[in-house]
Write a protein that binds this ligand. Structure first.
Ligand code: KG4
Ligand code: ZN
Length: 361
């Protein structure tokens, strides 16, 4: 196969993104990666508003694609294929991206690949670190939380995941409860540095159950109860806020670390897994990264965490997933449709619950 130059487009949540990638599966360079966020647009609403997100994507996609081409120093004539997130996600945004990609593909006579957003995240360690299949992936973001064994460009086995909130969603909700700014992950991580993680006894949900399923909703409610006890008279004291932040973060760390241990104990010997990788916005958390690094050491496995800009939502991962998959499948035609739900592992039972960023896949 010759090298390819691919334009990637991502608009499944609250980031409009475009990127240009050049190379082969296992050896590609990101020529450009533009991400236009929408945090300010949703700030007054305490979460992503699907209709506002869809409009902003429709307005920004052209600009974003032009900027990605400009940053890469090429024109559309140098592009060999177009890759776009076709799900899962907020349907208005996904449709905007798919329509934009179809327009470009049709106008330039280019092959079009509809990509599963989660496959983009799950294949990122191959783009950033050339990790070989199979590997264990913990995907933790604002909308998703699952353990996957990745054994090929479109071979994903889900070992377990959250049955209610995603961890990022829990970080965001807890931040709101204790009056910290959004997005909650970074502000809780920062505040937790000054806190005593042991002061409040917070639960470690589902560690008493076998397997890799997780739950974060009850933990959030436990923080709410503690906060209400503290808020009997005035505003929360600064130290209380820090201690709650630290206690909550420590509980999430413990759950993710212990469930990772279980995934490695139960499945690594069966699947020959030697690497554990993380991706998604929550993988930016240093306490979580450190804990997972230690777990990897316990099992003599490599630990891979892509750089932050490629952990959070971006279009380079979408272009890269197309590069990986084009060897084993045909492009999609103009009949490509946007899918709000699109589980990576079609054989796994459907996941319960639905987070702020749409139905969980
Ligand atoms: O992957 P992402 O950018 O978007 C999707 O959800 O697809 O993840 C965003 C989530 C937010 O919930 C945010 O609070 C969380 O990732 N996050 C963090 C940190 N940075 C971002 N959570 C914990 N610690 C962090 N440092
Ligand atoms: Zn994502």
């Amino acid at each position: 196969m010759t090298s390819m130059t691919i334009l990637g487009i991502e608009s499944s949540c609250d980031d409009t993104a475009a990127a240009v990638l050049h190379g082969w599966a296992g050896a590609a360079d990101v020529l450009s990666s533009v991400v236009m966020g929408q945090t300010a647009l949703h700030a007054d609403f305490g979460g992503v508003v699907p209709e506002i997100a869809a409009r902003a994507h429709a307005e920004k996609l052209d600009l974003c694609v032009n900027q990605a081409l400009k940053d890469a120093g090429i024109g559309l004539d140098a592009i060999d294929a177009v890759a776009v997130t076709a799900g899962p996600g907020l349907i208005g945004g996904v449709v905007s991206g798919v329509m934009c990609a179809k327009g470009i593909a049709l106008a330039r006579g280019l092959p079009l690949y509809g990509i599963n957003h989660l496959a983009g995240h799950a294949l990122t360690p191959r783009l950033t670190d050339g990790v070989t299949f199979p590997y264990l992936m913990l995907l933790v973001s604002g909308g998703h939380c699952q353990f996957l064994i990745v054994s090929g460009p479109d071979k994903f086995k889900r070992l377990g995941g959250t049955i209610d909130d995603a961890p990022g969603e829990a970080f965001d909700k807890v931040a709101r409860l204790i009056a910290l700014p959004q997005p909650g992950g970074p502000s809780i991580e920062m505040r937790a540095k000054a806190g005593d993680a042991k002061r409040f006894k917070l639960p470690r949900p589902m560690l008493d159950r076998a397997g890799c399923d997780m739950s974060f909703s009850g933990l959030k409610t436990a923080v709410l109860r503690q906060r209400d006890k503290l808020l009997t008279d005035a505003a929360m004291a600064s130290q209380d806020q820090a201690d709650l932040a630290a206690g909550f973060q420590a509980a999430v760390v413990d759950v993710l670390a212990e469930k990772t241990r279980r995934a490695l104990t139960e499945y690594a010997p069966l699947t020959n897994v030697r690497s554990i990788c993380v991706a998604g916005g929550v993988a930016a958390n240093m306490a979580i990264r450190d804990a997972l690094k230690h777990v990897a050491q316990e099992f003599d496995a490599a630990f891979i965490a892509p750089p932050l800009a490629l952990c959070t939502d971006n279009a380079a991962m979408i272009a890269y997933a197309a590069l990986e998959q084009m060897g084993t499948r045909e492009p999609d035609g103009m009949g490509l449709s946007a899918r709000p739900r699109w589980p990576l592992d079609q054989t796994a039972p459907a996941m319960l619950g639905s987070g702020k960023k749409g139905a969980k896949a």
